[in-house]
Design a binder for this molecule. Structure first.
Ligand code: BTN
Length: 240
């Protein structure tokens, strides 16, 4: 597939959506930048993207007309694939996943994923997913007001192009069968939340309980003492 690289860009996700608004794409395109001036994350947050110390990439994944697809599960799969790719260059680092799809090292967030879907307005069906992956490899001096602990993976220098290639290879290994959710076993092992008491901000408000599992759709299974609930999406705000 095609890879487009930039020294500097506003946001690889924004650029990907611009491509999709201008033409119909039938093959994946990957966009990689050394720096973003307007990198953003879930819930409108900024994604700090300084020059050269991180990986900022987006993948345009065309969706066939009428195909049944599960964007949430693809995002969850992307988190596992990103860990697979990173492990090749950082074999001794202990990567952990924080639901939904943040990657942590030493209790600091080192990577986030933002998936956006683009609609085909005529077909009223998503025509593509834009999957943005941001990774702090060795960034330092994070702004203090980022809300939660942000960190970098390690000071060791790695070959960034190889990391990108390893992540893409890992992605395409899992993607053909993602609907079976076979990677969820590994997701569970990598999760830092299982058996922990958490608070989750959902669109219905704050809920608390113990995380007992993740199901094969990537939903978080929460036990609040009386019942178990499957939670589709939300933000874990507290872990005990
Ligand atoms: C999050 O942590 O909430 C998701 C962060 C996603 C950041 C990546 S960096 C490449 C792509 N371009 C963006 O503007 N965001 C994503």
């Amino acid at each position: 597939f095609e890879i487009q690289t930039f020294n500097e860009i506003d946001s690889t996700n924004t650029y990907a959506k611009k491509i999709l608004s201008q033409s119909k794409i039938s093959d994946p395109i990957v966009i990689v930048a050394d720096k973003q001036t307007a990198g953003h994350g879930r819930r409108g947050r900024e994604f700090y993207s300084p020059k050269d110390t991180g990986i900022y990439m987006s993948m345009i994944l065309p969706i066939n007309d009428n195909a049944v697809f599960d964007g949430g599960l693809i995002t969850t799969m992307t988190a596992v694939a990103t860990v697979h790719g990173l492990k090749k260059s950082y074999p001794n680092v202990n990567f952990q996943l924080k639901w939904v799809n943040d990657i942590y090292v030493n209790n600091k967030k080192v990577s986030g994923i933002l998936t956006e879907s683009v609609m085909d307005v005529e077909l009223m069906h998503p025509s593509a997913l834009v999957i943005g992956i941001g990774i702090n490899l060795n960034s330092n001096n994070f702004p203090k007001d980022m809300g939660r602990p942000i960190g970098a993976i390690s000071n060791n220098q790695v070959d960034k192009n190889k990391v990108v290639a390893d992540i893409l290879n890992a992605f395409y290994k899992l993607y053909p069968n993602y609907q079976k959710g076979e990677f969820m076993d590994e997701y569970r092992q990598l999760s830092m939340l299982i058996n922990h008491q958490v608070q989750i901000e959902t669109h219905r408000g704050l809920i608390a309980g113990k995380v007992i599992d993740f199901d094969h759709h990537g939903r978080l299974i929460l036990d609040n003492g009386n019942e178990t609930k499957a939670i589709m999406t939300g933000e874990v705000v507290k872990v005990h």
